[in-house]
Design a protein around this ligand. Structure first.
Ligand code: UT7
Length: 331
């Protein structure tokens, strides 16, 4: 990588809404069982926001916590990127709403949409501005309120997702630390397998789209599953190689939290023991763009990862998209 400076994460934060929906609760809503959900996905419960809470609310709290962790003020922030598929509204962007909430005066702010890969896409974009010396501190946030876009009568989707937000402050870090390699990709052909069809310029909101449930997430789970297993393993291996390292050099894996069987595939490909992988999908389900930053924040705060550890972060999602990076933890 061509760079003047090293880019890494100097602070993290997260925000999970307090309301919990357990698998037992879902048994009363759709034809499913705790046994099916746990054995097929690893999920036991998920968080959901109340009626009055939107994505920017969770994002703002996560961002404040990340700034506190980094010892920075909102005025120190040079740019805000919010990765989300569940913005408060079409526009203004959720990033602009967060900028206003934080009082991060006049810094550029924009949303980035790469579904569950969004946080890593955002982190990689942010790191380019840091490495070239253009900016010093960038807030990257992954935030979602997926519960508002789920059909709670569709067992194929409603058991899988949850709400939450995670944030990271991306800044200059000392030599030898921070991002060591990265990769990103997309397969637009596969986009049809995971989508929210209406509400855009192709199918604007109408009585018809609402009646046909086109404002809810639709998914062909097994197609996404096959893609995910393949790409998570491939992208993880690729960033290790790009960093000029071997699998033995990987200390910890922080993967997108969609399905324990998908995570296991990536873990095995990297030859890592179970205790070297961060898993919280049992408590939160799949929080799309928020999954990786929330996992990273928890891994950091619980000291599961420590200064000097070499981490692989990897995600896949709607689009279809994927992204991974290798990172030497610096805090
Ligand atoms: O972040 C990206 C977002 N998406 C994903 O990560 C999803 C990736 N895909 C997956 O995680 C898995 O494909 C699922 C968990 C969604 C499904 O697991 P699967 O082992 O691929 O099951 P399947 O789709 O092959 O379905 C098996 C059966 C079907 O019944 P029939 O047709 O065999 O009679 C489904 O109707 O399980 C049924 N099923 C359920 N049963 C009980 C689907 N959802 C449920 C449910 N409870 N919630």
């Amino acid at each position: 990588m061509n760079k003047l400076y090293n880019a890494g994460i100097i602070g993290t934060g997260s925000c999970l809404p307090p309301n919990i929906i357990t698998n037992k609760d879902l048994e009363k809503m759709v034809d499913t069982s705790d046994e099916w959900i746990v054995s097929r996905t690893g999920i036991r419960e998920r968080r959901v926001v109340d009626e009055d809470t939107a994505t920017s609310d969770l994002a703002t709290v996560a961002a404040r916590r990340a700034l506190d962790d980094a010892g920075l003020e909102p005025s120190d922030i040079d740019m805000i990127i919010v990765a989300t598929v569940t913005p408060d509204m079409n526009f203004p962007s959720t990033a602009c709403l967060v900028q206003s909430n934080l009082g991060a005066d006049h810094c550029p702010a924009f949303d980035l949409e790469a579904a569950c890969s969004g946080f890593l896409y955002g982190f990689i974009v942010a790191s380019q501005f840091i490495m070239t010396g253009v900016h010093k501190n960038i807030l990257v946030i992954g935030a979602e309120c997926l519960s508002k876009f789920l059909n709670w009568k569709d067992r194929n989707t409603c058991v899988l997702f949850g709400d939450g937000a995670g944030a990271a402050v991306v800044s200059r870090v000392e030599e030898g630390y921070g991002i060591l390699s990265h990769c990103m990709g997309a397969d637009g052909e596969g986009g049809k397998h995971l989508l929210l069809e209406a509400g855009g310029s192709r199918k604007p909101a109408s009585l018809e789209t609402v009646k046909n449930g086109l404002h809810y997430v639709q998914m062909e789970g097994s197609e996404v599953f096959k893609f995910a297993v393949r790409i998570m393993a491939k992208a993880s291996e690729q960033v290790v190689e790009l960093a000029g390292l071997t699998k033995k050099d990987v200390d910890f894996l922080v993967p997108h939290q969609a399905n324990i069987r998908i995570i296991e595939g990536a873990r095995k490909r990297l030859n890592l023991p179970e205790e070297k992988v961060y898993v919280n999908l049992d408590r939160y389900g799949n929080m799309s763009a928020a999954s990786v930053p929330v996992a990273l924040d928890e891994a950091s705060r619980t000291k599961a990862i420590k200064k000097g550890d070499r981490l692989v972060l990897v995600a896949f999602g709607g689009g279809l998209t994927w992204a991974a990076c290798m990172l030497r933890w610096c805090k």
